[in-house]
Ligand binder design. Sequence first.
Ligand code: ADP
Length: 495
Amino acid sequence: MTHTLSRQEPRVLFITPEVFPLCKTGGLGDVSAALPAALRAMRLDVRLLIPGYPQVLSGLKYKRKVADFSGLPQFPPARLLSARLAVSASASIPLFVIDCPELYRREGSPYLDETERDWPDNAFRFGLLSKIGAILASDASPLAWRPHIAHCNDWQTGLTPAYLHFHQGQKAATLMTIHNLAFQGIFPAGSVAELGLPASSFDIQGVEYFGSMSFLKAGLYYAHHITTVSPSYAAEIQTDPLGFGMQGLLAARHKNMTGIINGIDTQEWDPAIDSHIVRNYTRSRLSAKAPNKHALQQMMGLIVDPAIPLFGMIGRFSHQKGYDLLLQVAPQLTKIPAQLVVLGNGDAVLEDKLALLAATYPGKIAVTIGFNEALSHLIEAGADSFLMPSRFEPCGLNQMYSQHYGTPPLVHATGGLLDTVVDCTPETLADGSASGFLFKNMTAEDFLVTLKRAVIAYHDKKTWQCLQKNGMAKDFNWHASAAIYREIYLSLLEV
Ligand code: ADP
């Protein structure tokens, strides 16, 4: 659709359960800051809505109460605060925060309690986020500012399109973005009434999902349009097994679904200015990358040797990310020889297995358990190659960070990894597109063969530099993707 100057730029309420740097558990946190910032730079009036977890409230200096939500029948009393989230020295994003002490003022992860179990009242925690999102996007809003579009992100916001669907009166159009279809927000059927949705919505043509209700299904069913975070993932989720039960609905809605690759925040992630790393470097000053490897090896207790290839891996310890494959190949990896540094947390069994792996191979494998933003930057800069053997990957950010940092990624050929990494072959080296390594089959054999292929390339200085420079030359900026979101918003003004 072409945009004419006379047309109004859409106002967008971007509803999200996390936003960097206030609260981040994964890629969604990064996207929730960077995409709205990119859209605002294009002069769209985008504002955020997020829950007031303790770290959000304490992270925002100036907050002002703008509305009171003490009369919502299904939910505890809440206030709406207005603040601004600084995203750079010169830019900030207006932000609405839901302050509901009973639901949000507790320490821990936004989704899990200290025993790693879902908070028992998650239906209400994110029901309230969805509900207030719907109110602000309709003529029931107490605010003067009204969005044209309610842009919902992941299951936690999936009820907004449902509430809006049943709202009689003026309302915004809805866009539902899937960042990870594996998380579906499934609750007992009784939640439908408890959350104030009509009984008629509990239907296959509605929020019902195999006898329960699903927040995500609600969003996918009722939203006017759906996006997900890469074209390949958009195709994969229309079939089994990556559709996780939603493939029928997604295939039926494919005409209203678009795959848009995420960008990266090139201010946060730029080796030329990154303050978390030991030495800054650029594509034309790649030699300055070496002190970062030295520092990383030293800090992690690895043998300090610039000649041994060092692989890095960061991320949630979960079945999705393929740590089981890593555990299988790691002993052979050390024999190549190569080193491995891992940063992450999550699944307790994987935490134990990875800690044991590091203890078994001192000086060769180092594992840090925890969430550490600064160390994640040093790994991107200090490792020679970055591993992402993900079973599935909607988009993935680290493979883009690593290309940007001259650290060629080695990835499973799936979802956004397939869309953003070009396998190193004689042809792709010749045409200047090679930027990493892909393996097709999710097996330890295929992974190990590809690791060996990468090590051979690493020892061929010319090939390696070519991979590094190709990756660093790529444009991972949000600009192109933000322009596609804008086109979708514009098309939704007509629904
Ligand atoms: P996902 O959203 O599935 O977890 P992504 O690759 O899209 O995976 O995004 C993960 C983001 O979270 C990246 O920015 C990654 O560096 C960061 N991250 C994940 N785990 C950790 C950790 N333990 N410490 C620091 N950063 C982490």
